[in-house]
Structure formats: structure tokens, C-alpha cells
Design a protein around this ligand. Structure first.
Ligand code: C2E
Ligand code: MG
Ligand code: MG
Ligand code: MG
Length: 285
């Protein structure tokens, strides 16, 4: 809000902010264009058990694949989609595509477990969220027990009482809930014990130096113990090497995702990759 004061015009945008604003406008335009042309792609990253080395589930991660431009990451366009409200349409498309793919894989007997879909604040707080999801599950003929939703601490801590109501409603449908990026937001332990969630996902930031830094290792050990005491599953995010996987396994963290196992994969590569990656993994671990 640039204002005139005593005739002087304040410049709120310096050059780099201006570039930023231009970039944001570009991303917003790209997003509208992408929605019109169906350039949204859902990629999938496997989740594995560090105990059995088996594939136990997957996470849907959206991308914009724009011809002649390339792939735009969600880190860049999701915040923009939130601000503009386009997230509602993005979210609906991601959920529909995910349910459709999952149903195909479940029916083929290729995939079991749950597929996790990320929800941002605006999506989570939609008054008719449960109804919307129910409709999509019905239309795509996927049983809700194959679905999990991931939300971050920031999203639920904004209005915890309301969040508990929404989560309870989703749980009643048979949908599981995971608290994503755990440890990076501000969490209240008093609420954590009341949230009807099934899973904690430990943020990559704690995993990165789990072998180098004793403090990080101790932190992860504490989170795992606390989660288990609350009856929750724990997933480590961003596992990139075997040493990390072994340490996590020793700390009794049962589940993991990360480039060690697989990057998020295009739908058509997913089945092929999970079989080959996990076959190799079994031989190495
Ligand atoms: P997230 O849900 O915490 O997802 C994990 C992110 O870490 C993903 O980034 C994934 O590709 C990346 N990752 C996984 N393993 C590794 C690893 O070993 N090393 C490194 N360096 N990165 C790893 P991505 O796909 O760029 O997504 C970023 C964030 O965007 C997600 O974080 C999530 O918050 C959001 N997001 C993604 N898809 C959706 C969506 O469909 N809807 C909404 N609302 N948000 C989404
Ligand atoms: Mg996630
Ligand atoms: Mg995360
Ligand atoms: Mg994240």
C-alpha cells in the first residue's frame, strides 16, 4: 500500500521485490493457463517400511508440467494457489486423479496400503470438505480406507478446536490423517494428544544430519517415542542414504520416504519403479 505523504511517493517495491512480483504474476498466469489446459500432473512417491523393507503406501505430489516451459514445483505454485483461491480447483483435480490412479492400481492388485494427499489451509477449512471428498471417492469408486490426508501443524493450530471437528468427521469416513512436516511448525503437545490423527511425519530437516548431529538424532528418538506413546505411526521424510535408514530403524522409526527409495514418479513410471527399486533395496539392506 504505497501512500502519498506530503507529496512524496513512497516506493515499497525495490528492484528485487519487483522481480518477485513479476515472477508471482507469471506463476499465477501459468497456473490459470495450466488449469485450463490440464497441465497438472500428479506424481507419486513410495513409502516403505524400514522393518520389512516393503512398500506400504504412497504420497501424491502435484506438479505443473507446462510444454516448452518445464516442470514447476508445488513449492512455487501452491502458495500462489492458496492466495488466489485457485487451490480449491487444484486440490479437487489432484484428489480426483489420485483416487482414479489408486483405484486402477488396487484393482490390478499392484498396490495396497494408503495413498496420501496433501491439503493446504484453505482446502482443509472448506465447509463442505468431507462431502466433496465423499463425492469424489464415490465417483472414482475408491474405498475411503485407501485414502490418507496430510496436513501441517500450521493448518491445524490456526483453529485447533475447529480442526479437531473436521478431522473427526474425516476419520468417521474411514480416512486416515497425518501431521506433515512435524517439528517445523509450532506444535502444542496438549493438542497433539487430542488430534484424531494416525501418523506423524518427521520433517526432513531433522533427518538430514541424523548421523552427524547427536542433537538431531536425540530429537528424532524423542519424537518417535512420543508418537508411539500416543499410538501413532511415524514416517521419516527425506531419507537419502542407507546410514540414515539404519539409524532410523534403530530408533524404531518404522516408515520412511526419500530419494534413497524413490523420487516422486510419474504415474506411468510408478509401478515399474517400485518393483525394481524395492527389489534392489532388499538385496542391499
Ligand atoms: P511435503 O508434503 O512435505 O512433501 C515432501 C517433499 O519433499 C516433496 O517435495 C518431495 O518431492 C520432497 N522429497 C521427498 N523425498 C526427498 C528427499 O529424499 N530429498 C529431498 N531433497 N526432497 C525430498 P515437492 O513435491 O516439491 O512438494 C513440496 C510441498 O508442496 C509438499 O511438501 C507439500 O506441502 C506441497 N504439495 C505437494 N503436492 C501438493 C498438493 O497436491 N496439494 C497441496 N495442497 N500441497 C502439495
Ligand atoms: Mg506431505
Ligand atoms: Mg512433509
Ligand atoms: Mg513440506
Amino acid at each position: 500500500h504505497a501512500k502519498n505523504r506530503g507529496g512524496a511517493t513512497y516506493q515499497f517495491f525495490n528492484e528485487s521485490m519487483n522481480k518477485n512480483a513479476v515472477r508471482r504474476l507469471q506463476v499465477e498466469n501459468q497456473l490459470r493457463h495450466a488449469l485450463r489446459n490440464n497441465y497438472l500432473q500428479v506424481h507419486y512417491q513410495p513409502k516403505v517400511s524400514l522393518r520389512t523393507n516393503k512398500f506400504v503406501g504412497l504420497e501424491a505430489l502435484v506438479r505443473l508440467e507446462i510444454p516448452d516451459v518445464g516442470i514447476v514445483s508445488p513449492a512455487e505454485f501452491i502458495p500462489m494457489a492458496e492466495e488466489t483461491g485457485l487451490i480449491i480447483e487444484v486440490g479437487e483435480r489432484v484428489l480426483r486423479q489420485t483416487c482414479r490412479d489408486m483405484r486402477e492400481w488396487v484393482e490390478a492388485g499392484a498396490v495396497d496400503g494408503r495413498v496420501a494427499v496433501n491439503l493446504s489451509a484453505k482446502q482443509f477449512l472448506q465447509p463442505d470438505l468431507a462431502k466433496q471428498i465423499t463425492t469424489i471417492l464415490k465417483e472414482e469408486k475408491l474405498n475411503p480406507t485407501y485414502l490418507e490426508l496430510e496436513i501441517t501443524e500450521g493448518v491445524v493450530m490456526d483453529d485447533p478446536e475447529r480442526a479437531i471437528e473436521i478431522m473427526t468427521e474425516l476419520n468417521k469416513l474411514g480416512i486416515h490423517l497425518a501431521l506433515d512436516d512435524f517439528g517445523t511448525g509450532y506444535s502444542s503437545l496438549a493438542y497433539l494428544k487430542r488430534f484424531p490423527i494416525q501418523t506423524l511425519k518427521i520433517d526432513k530437516a531433522f533427518i538430514d544430519d541424523i548421523n552427524g548431529a547427536e542433537r538431531d538424532r536425540n530429537m528424532v528418538a524423542s519424537i518417535v517415542a512420543m508418537a508411539h506413546n500416543l499410538g501413532l505411526d511415524v514416517v521419516a521424510e527425506g531419507v537419502v542414504d542407507l546410514e540414515q535408514a539404519n539409524t532410523l530403524s534403530n530408533l524404531k522409526c518404522e516408515f520412511a520416504q526419500g530419494y534413497l527409495f524413490a523420487q516422486p514418479l510419474r504415474r506411468d513410471q510408478f509401478l515399474e519403479h517400485i518393483s525394481t527399486t524395492l527389489a534392489t533395496l532388499k538385496k542391499t539392506v
